[in-house]
Ligand binder design. Sequence first.
Ligand SMILES: Nc1ncnc2c1ncn2[C@@H]1O[C@H](COP(=O)(O)OP(=O)(O)OP(=O)(O)O)[C@@H](O)[C@H]1O
Ligand SMILES: [Mg+2]
Length: 366
Amino acid sequence: MATLSLNAITKSFGAAKVLHDISLAIKDKEFVVFVGPSGCGKSTLLRIIAGLEEATSGSVVIGGEDVSAAPPVERGISMVFQSYALYPHLSVYENIAFPLRVQKMGKAEMDARIQRAADILQLKDKLQLKPGQLSGGQRQRVAIGRSIVRNPKVFLFDEPLSNLDAALRGDMRVELSQLHRNLDATMVYVTHDQIEAMTMADRIVVLNGGRVEQFGTPMELYHHPKTKFVASFIGQPNMNLIPGTVLGVDPTGVKISMNGGHEMVLPVDSSTVSAGDKVEVGIRPEHVDIGTEGLEISVNVLERLGGVSITYGTIGDGTRFCASLPGDAAVKEGEPLTLSVAPEACHVFDGSGDVLRRNSAPEIID
Ligand SMILES: Nc1ncnc2c1ncn2[C@@H]1O[C@H](COP(=O)(O)OP(=O)(O)OP(=O)(O)O)[C@@H](O)[C@H]1O
Ligand SMILES: [Mg+2]
């Protein structure tokens, strides 16, 4: 297995620059997820690692070796795509065997690798079936099997679960995490689904418009988003963002008047803002409680999910606000609600979307 370094990668298609100076150091055996909205360059970056696309500048180093000029087969990588592209007329066994037959591998070695992959992926009793006789999840496992038998240094996945229904995606998430543990392999996984990113990744790369917004562990991104973009991308339901104005700064924090009339002193670095500046206050739905003083919202829609009640409302000026409250919270649609907000749970973003550093940071659990 291997480390993977991307050094100052850029990519242009004609005049369109789609990747801007991307440098990442991925550790041996790490599971790294590239996440970001459609068109942000995730697949392009993965294809550059695979050698299916050439970078305009920069280098790709796998296991200490610069492979920028090497063709895909010589990079020690293996890629699994969204569409599993199995051969319908071949059995599961032959589909998995395909890349090894191309390599002209000996029969005994080949069979041993296929049996091991089938064992890991629980496909042992499916080896003689044709892809048409399998479920979507089983077909995707065959595609992963074809990848495993090649013993790659690095596994690359491009949205491998997006063709599956929600329940199966959940199961496959767990299976892929287990697979990562069993194989002890370096894996890079592309998705636009932040839940997949949060649940599977050792570290997440958040991409936006071809740039790395942040690279960190899931809980680092959750507690310490560096930008408004990362803050609103990570976490479900999304972080609330309330526009506000800086009233004044002092050494303990920044006094902010939020739209809707609520004022708070927030314990964030005050060195880069001054009175009158426009900011946004970020509050996660799960970081508020029903209280007697605080944010006043009027409740529009209540979703009782059992364990939690997702409460959608608006504050005075019409800004939307979502609160994730206990399942049996005493909340009614159409009624006003007061939510208490702990100042240390708030994030403050300046006019360009960068976070103001918090004075007391919550501890991060990995
Ligand atoms: N072969 C190509 N020629 C021209 N432009 C391309 C090509 N491939 C990708 N692009 C452009 O590069 C940008 C990034 O595309 P990419 O496929 O990497 O996005 P993505 O993050 O994988 O999106 P999605 O989540 O929709 O798969 C897009 O604007 C896309 O139109
Ligand atoms: Mg893509």
